[in-house]
Design a protein around this ligand. Structure first.
Ligand code: SF4
Length: 384
């Protein structure tokens, strides 16, 4: 089983961010930590000694939470669960929110992987995104993490930023790969409703959807070009792609995310966290005040419980599993669902193979490069 812990605190809200996060005061951080620990303890009877294959502490900015509070959370996790010997424990971090001393304490807590949000090496792009840091600050954070013995670090960068040119994206990739993080995620900027960017740019999105010229955001052709450039530049620098937007050095794939794409059961704790347990999907309360209040009143924080039918589980298995470049195997599908993949998706597979969107080889089914390029379209074929 995997564990996800949500820490919803950030110094300030980035303009594109639609995650459950925000700048809260110290009283709130204290109250939330207590509530979160109580939620973890509340599952003790159900999961005592359950072995965790990975833990992901995400947010928000977990490294902005006081180290003592993080210690309290990790002590609680240790009191309830067992850790597999090779348990991957990732913590998300933003540049400038932790230094050498904090990193050493995180290491002592058992954190063995960091995921640092950089997004761009260009000051004007960082400013445009509403990020709190500069590239130099990122470098100092990265260096401190290395000094504290973190030998597994991921860096997030973004494509399809306003005004982004191929040259600028290449410069960001060059600057990041020069310091050789083990893993790089490269996602395209999405303009989500409810964000500051949505208000700023939704006119552009509307115009783009109508096929008209846009002002600031790359159009779909440029977006595609940037995506292909990122892939090529990263692969040229010996980062192999193992998922649509994720690249890494040999053997440094993110185990937690692979677990998610393989539908390994996961428990999510904290405000807004989701869980997938015994083919039921749970969602936690999304309002932080309500979350704390419910925990205080010993009420459940689940706001939805959605049983997943076998058909839905098989569809999800395909469209999540095929995000990975290795794809899925026939044997594993059969082991999971006691039916062959052909019996369920035979006609879809045949159609996609004819269009050269997927390949079947050695018991594996995976997307071709062309299939990866239009993955949303291809993967939607598996949903009835
Ligand atoms: S640092 Fe991440 S979680 Fe926090 S506001 Fe920015 S994008 Fe959102």
């Amino acid at each position: 089983m995997e564990l996800y812990i949500h820490i919803p605190f950030c110094i300030q809200k980035c303009k594109y961010c639609d995650f459950l996060s925000g700048p809260y005061d110290i009283e709130m951080r204290h109250a939330y930590t207590d509530a979160l620990c109580r939620e973890i303890l509340s599952v003790k009877d159900e999961f005592f000694h359950e072995k965790l294959s990975s833990i992901y502490i995400g947010g928000g900015t977990p490294t902005w939470l006081e180290v003592a509070y993080m210690q309290q959370i990790m002590d609680t996790v240790h009191a309830v669960f067992d850790f597999a010997d090779d348990c991957e424990v990732t913590m998300e971090c933003n540049p400038g929110t932790a230094g050498l001393e904090a990193f050493r304490i995180y290491r002592d807590m058992g954190v063995n992987r960091l995921s640092i949000g950089l997004q761009s090496a260009h000051a004007e792009e960082l400013e445009c995104l509403g990020r709190i840091h500069t590239f130099e600050k990122f470098l100092r954070t990265f260096e401190a993490a290395r000094k504290a013995d973190f030998s597994n670090i991921s860096v997030d960068i973004m494509s399809a930023l306003p005004h982004q040119t191929p040259e600028k994206l290449i410069q960001t990739i060059q600057a990041v790969t020069r310091i050789r993080p083990e893993h790089i995620s490269c996602y395209a900027l999405m303009i989500e409703e409810g964000t500051e960017f949505y208000d700023l740019y939704h006119e552009d999105v509307v115009r783009r959807d109508k096929g008209l010229d846009t002002l600031d955001l790359p159009d779909s052709d440029m977006e595609y070009r940037l995506y292909k450039i990122a892939q090529k530049e990263l692969e040229d620098r010996r980062y192999h792609r193992y998922e649509i937007s994720n690249f890494c050095q040999e053997g440094k794939e993110c185990r937690h995310n692979i677990g998610y794409w393989k539908r390994i059961p996961y428990l999510g704790v904290g405000v807004g966290a989701a869980s997938l347990l015994k083919e039921v999907r749970y969602s936690n309360e999304r309002d932080i005040y309500e979350y704390i209040k419910k925990i205080g009143n010993r009420q459940s924080v689940h706001v939805s419980e959605e049983p997943i039918s076998k058909q839905e589980a098989m569809e999800e298995y395909m469209y999540l599993g095929l995000r990975m470049t290795d794809g899925i195997t026939r044997d594993e599908f059969f082991k999971e669902f006691h039916i062959t993949v052909e019996a369920v998706f035979g006609s879809v597979l045949e159609k996609l193979e004819k269009k050269k969107m997927i390949r079947q080889y050695g018991g594996r089914i995976f997307l071709t490069d062309t299939g990866m390029d239009i993955s949303n379209q291809v993967l939607s074929e598996f949903i009835v």
